[in-house]
Design a protein around this ligand. Structure first.
Ligand code: KAF
Ligand code: ZN
Length: 588
């Protein structure tokens, strides 16, 4: 095998320039499809996916001819990443084409699904059903939207999913992975990863149990006790979100101390005629205040920041795009003027900032230190933006009051966003890993999904389950094949990052009131970590930023400590739920 350093270097240089061209083409063709869903554009994208798979297979074959043992650590790391070609390892072109087609068809079903409401209106998820789930307080109206959505999305793709699982597993097994879940976990390069995330979740469950109990009591006052099963579960359609994954839309009902200025800035954004562009300029301004890299002109020219009104079908689920040429970076988001979309804009721009910071790395290192790092960047900034101090400084709330009661109100609003999410962020890939392992077979898909929803999230289906249902398919990441444990990891590490940056900014107060706006030292520290991309093992990136190498839930627990005490006092013994789903979901 080849050990000559000049041959090693010329292979890497060659790969890098060819890969940029191939990945650019693939991004362009995919962007065209995602922003204009037609059969023709899908065909162009699927053809291009086969071309780039051939390129990856060729690169893999060539890379295996080299002797990795004589290389520098960095070159060895590059070769290993070049050989990690995922499902492109499937050399049977018919099978690979079919896998890509099934995946794309499921994502298209999800993105074009519409629900016919009792009024006769046909509503898409974005923005209509999302807004209905957030604003309606009518049990039956919420139920109609929730039932309709799962029928039109997941209900239409159960058999497709079983095929996707089979073909995806077959492809990654060629690379030596046990199954697709094992392949996805390999990106964290941590043998104890599954145990580590389980330990983090167990550490955080008491916080969630207390928030769940508090929300359940308030929701019973709104909808009546008779709507809640005696098992202690909350019906899944009452939490202000299609998946009950974040409960921020319930902030007005769940605010502990009434009579204080509202923390929901949506009305004020609308009153000030905020536009999508202004939402993204607000986010861009924050990165600039830290001395970080501003969005380039191509971003503003080529992004799609609002749902087109010309009848085109688009994939509305937000995403950030790296075109791998060091110049072209875009966001696709069907932005609406709400506090939630202000947060999403920061989330997406966090991905772009990471792209910008690592754009001079070799292509194979243009990735997050691990997938959770990529999801955390924007959310860290958003933790500063959402403080009452910062919201006041950008004119979205009238006054800042930091008396104890206002503090609890603020922590409650952050908990509805961050604590409510934890079991959801945890359970999605618990389900998928069990499916990829073959422990959960197609006839058990839906039953096992609700077992996890009942056990970890303490929510239950408001209607009896039928075997034709496929509720996992009602959540974008399942048909789109996007892993999800990355968000659970992000929701833990983003508080570690926030604490480290607040320390760097010489902030002294309670963590939940820290706003790093304008801190160049914090910006420099964050930039230096982001510049690494995936060139170093993630514990080294973690160490550079936080001066220790582990995922640690303590900063998150410290942030919410005052709220946990309040909730414990409020709830007394009225908390928790039966781990098994209620037999009769509407049992009185
Ligand atoms: O799905 C997202 C945001 C979309 C995204 O930015 O994570 C996006 C997902 C995606 C879409 C298409 C293909 C692949 C992934 N991820 C990116 O755009 C992305 C991720 C890593 C690198 C580059 C781009 N958030 C999750 C969880 C979440 C996170 C933060 C706040 C609220 C909710 C959700 O909505 O359930
Ligand atoms: Zn993301």
């Amino acid at each position: 095998s080849i050990s000559d350093p000049t041959e090693i270097q010329s292979f890497l240089d060659n790969f890098n320039s060819q890969a940029q061209a191939v990945f650019y083409k693939q991004s362009e063709v995919s962007w065209t499809y995602y922003t204009n869903i037609t059969d023709y554009n899908q065909k162009l994208m699927l053809d291009e996916q086969l071309m780039s798979a051939k390129f990856s297979q060729e690169a893999y074959r060539n890379a295996t001819r080299f002797n990795l043992t004589v290389m520098t650590q960095e070159d060895r790391r590059l070769f290993i990443k070049i050989m990690d070609i995922g499902t492109a390892a499937q050399t049977n072109e018919t099978k690979l084409a079919y896998l890509n087609k099934v995946q794309s068809d499921m994502e298209t079903i999800y993105s074009t699904a519409k629900v016919t409401m009792p009024s006769g209106q046909r509503l898409p998820l974005d923005p209509d059903l999302t807004q209905l789930m957030a604003t309606s307080r009518n049990y039956d109206e919420l139920l109609a939207a929730w039932l309709g959505w799962r029928a039109e999305s997941g209900g239409k793709m159960k058999n497709l999913y079983a095929e996707y699982v089979e073909y995806n597993n077959e492809a990654v097994k060629i690379l030596g992975h046990a199954d697709t879940g094992a392949y996805w976990r390999s990106w964290y390069d941590t043998p104890t990863f599954e145990d580590d995330v389980r330990a983090l979740f167990d550490q955080l469950r008491p916080l969630y149990e207390q928030l769940h109990a508090y929300a359940r009591r308030k929701l019973k006052q709104i909808y009546g006790n008779d709507k809640f099963p005696s098992s202690g579960h909350i019906p899944a359609h009452l939490l202000g979100n299609m998946w009950a994954q974040q409960w921020s839309s319930l902030i007005d009902e769940l605010t502990p101390y009434k009579g204080k200025p509202t923390l929901d800035v949506t009305d004020e954004m609308v009153r000030q005629n905020y536009t999508a562009i202004r939402i993204f300029q607000t986010a861009d301004d924050f990165f600039k205040s830290l001395g970080m890299i501003p969005m380039p002109d191509t971003f503003w020219d080529k992004s799609l920041l609002e749902k087109p009104q010309d009848g085109r079908e688009v994939v509305c689920h937000a995403s950030a795009w790296d075109f791998y040429n060091g110049r072209d970076f875009r966001i696709k988001q069907c932005t609406v003027i709400t506090a939630e979309d202000l947060e999403t804009a920061h989330h997406e721009m966090g991905h772009i900032e990471y792209f910008l910071q690592y754009k001079d790395q070799p292509v194979s290192f243009r990735d997050g230190a691990n997938p959770g790092f990529h999801e955390a960047v924007g959310d860290v900034i958003s933790l500063s933006v959402q403080t009452p101090e910062h919201m006041h400084s950008i004119g979205l709330i009238p006054t800042v009051s930091n008396d104890t009661e206002s503090d609890i109100n603020f922590l409650m609003s952050m908990a509805l966003q961050k604590i409510a999410f934890l079991p959801f962020g945890y359970l999605i890939d618990q389900w998928r890993w069990s499916v990829f392992r073959g422990e959960t077979t197609p006839e058990k898909y839906n039953e096992e999904w609700w077992n996890l929803r009942c056990r970890y999230q303490g929510i239950s289906s408001p209607v009896p389950l039928t075997s034709s249902d496929f509720d996992p398919g009602a959540k974008y990441h399942i048909p789109a094949g996007v892993p999800y444990i990355r968000y659970f990891v992000s929701f833990v590490i983003q508080f570690q990052f926030h604490k480290a940056l607040c320390d760097e900014a010489n902030y002294r107060g309670p963590l939940h009131r820290c706003d790093i706006y304008n801190s160049k030292p914090a910006g420099t520290l964050l930039s230096n970590m982001l510049k690494l991309g995936s060139s170093k093992p993630w514990p080294e990136a973690m160490n550079l930023l936080t001066r220790q190498r582990k995922m640690d839930a303590q900063p998150l627990m410290d942030y919410f400590k005052p709220l946990l005490e309040y909730l414990r006092q409020e709830n007394g013994n009225d908390y928790g739920w039966h781990p098994i789903c209620p037999t009769d979901p509407t049992e009185i």
